[in-house]
Design a protein around this ligand. Structure first.
Ligand code: NAD
Length: 247
């Protein structure tokens, strides 16, 4: 579904991002995965090469909260592959502090990665996509961008911002044949979920109509659809992948 496409995926070293990297590779894309550290990037590439040594995958670890650092990495990708067809803004962190304890620093940290990095990567890619007569930008939102959550207000606030960027940029970039969509995962079993205590997981499953926690591959498949020509008339959408979870 992505034969010959060049994709950059942030937060590609584990979880949803890693599953998306693998899914895109399995569908013929050349993928540059981004992570926060050299070791985790190398480890992810090693793991993928063990699965299939022919995967066309490489990696980098720019500071996503710094536009100049992102621009340098994206320039390297274009020097190597001549284009960028797909950008997946997936790197993200969460925090569950109550507003009574929330520090300014913690709020800023969430915004720096979950929002500013999405802006920076988008800013760095649009001219390449316009020059190439089109492209696809995909963002990782969250179920909490629709319902909010009862603590840790910074995380849902950041994902509401991601939806705002998605919808606005879809309208701005449509004329350049650049589609912008987001996937809003529900409860997905990744490292982020490992912070949730076991006793909270069981009752959580009972609140989900599909009675199960999602897999990173469930989200990766949604990204695959939105990255491919199968969704060529879809832009500005926030696609929920959440088993109809509402809590
Ligand atoms: P994860 O913690 O397993 O992976 C996070 C990824 O982000 C890693 O690859 C990590 O290297 C990268 N990252 C973290 N801090 C970084 C930094 N400062 N600079 C660059 N990269 C950094 O998380 P995940 O669960 O796979 O989450 C991926 C995305 O999905 C996030 O945007 C998250 O908000 C969203 N999401 C996750 C769930 C869930 O249940 N897991 C639900 C809804 C939305």
């Amino acid at each position: 579904m992505l034969d010959g496409k060049v994709a950059i995926i942030t937060g590609g070293t584990r979880g949803i991002g890693f599953a998306t990297v693998k899914t895109f590779l399995d569908n013929g894309a050349k993928v540059v995965l981004l992570g926060s550290k050299e070791e985790s990037v190398n480890k992810a590439i090693e793991e993928l090469k063990k699965i299939n040594e022919n995967y066309e995958v490489s990696g980098a670890y720019p500071n996503l909260s710094d536009l100049a650092s992102v621009e340098e990495t994206f320039k390297d990708v274009v020097d190597k592959y001549k284009k960028i067809d797909i950008l997946v803004n997936n790197a993200g962190i969460s925090a569950m502090e109550s507003i009574y304890d929330y520090t300014e620093e913690s709020f800023k940290k969430i915004m720096d990665l979950n929002v500013n990095a999405v802006f920076n990567c988008t800013r760095a890619v649009v001219n390449y996509m316009k020059k190439n007569k089109g492209g696809v930008i995909l963002n990782t939102s969250s179920m909490v961008s629709i319902y909010g959550q009862p603590s840790g207000c910074g995380y849902p606030a950041s994902k509401f911002a991601v939806n705002g960027l998605t919808k606005s940029l879809a309208r701005e970039l449509g004329k350049d044949n650049i589609r912008v969509n987001a996937v809003a995962p529900g409860v997905i079993y990744t490292d982020m979920m490992k912070n949730v205590p076991e006793e909270k997981i069981k009752p959580l499953i009972n609140t989900i109509p599909l009675r199960k926690i999602g897999k990173p591959e469930d989200v990766a498949n949604a990204f695959l659809f939105l990255a491919s020509d199968m969704s060529s008339y879809i832009t500005g959408e926030i696609l929920s992948v959440d088993g109809a979870a509402r809590s």
